[in-house]
Design a protein around this ligand. Sequence first.
Ligand code: NDP
Length: 245
Amino acid sequence: MEAAKNRKTALVTGGSRGIGRAICVELAAAGYDVVINYRSDEAGARQTLAEVEAAGAAGEICRFDVRDGAAAEQAVADIGARVGGIAVLVNNAGVVADGLFLMMSREKWQSVIDTSLGGFYNLTRPVLETMIPKRAGAIVSISSAASLMANRGQANYSAAKAGINAASRAIAAEVARLGIRVNVVAPGLIETDMIAAAPKEQIKSLIPMARIGRPEEVARVVRFLCSDDASYITGQVISVNGGMF
Ligand code: NDP
């Protein structure tokens, strides 16, 4: 992807499927060129790239593990050198490793924290460094309803996602005067691979809208938060959950 005049670049982590793919496509339709990060699913990332290009934007796929701080820093530097800066960062990559807390191994605990919260740190810090001289930028991170309510079996996931909410509020306050906005979207249950094993019928009964959400319904809120229409919104956690609470 070459630097294109008057076009802004968005970097989306975990863009090879699910909510991340929908965010890439939504941002492409809104006029951003999109860097699609992925960890292992190159075919999925290429499918996202095809959809980004079909939406009229330029894109590229970019493989690195968000848990690897050095790799994330290098990727941010490379993208900046090629396209002149990152206008929008979406921290979307996440994993689950559910289990009751008393039986939760350190490995299960750490893998979820390292991906969601570690990934948030690894990307947000270097991207902010590039946004500050430009006095502009938007960062949106995907947390979860689990960060705001009790979800049995998800102590690791809830802690990681609540960490994203809290860190985003703090960072938003630190950079608000520099023209950079930092927000969070907290989805409820969304139809992706991640919830393939979830007891959907049982969960549906807890959702006033009585249905599972679609990835595009999260992506549209992300697009709004990235846009100038959200120019006075920062440090917020916006729920997209069909009225769960
Ligand atoms: P999926 O499991 O469908 O997709 C996860 C994405 O994250 C994949 O693109 C995967 O890449 C990527 N990823 C995972 N680990 C890493 C890593 N270490 N480095 C880089 N990329 C990585 O999940 P969803 O689309 O459902 O979830 C997206 C986000 O939304 C997550 O943060 C999730 O926690 C959150 N969320 C999801 C909800 C839901 O109901 N689906 C509800 C609330 C929040 P690859 O395939 O290449 O490995």
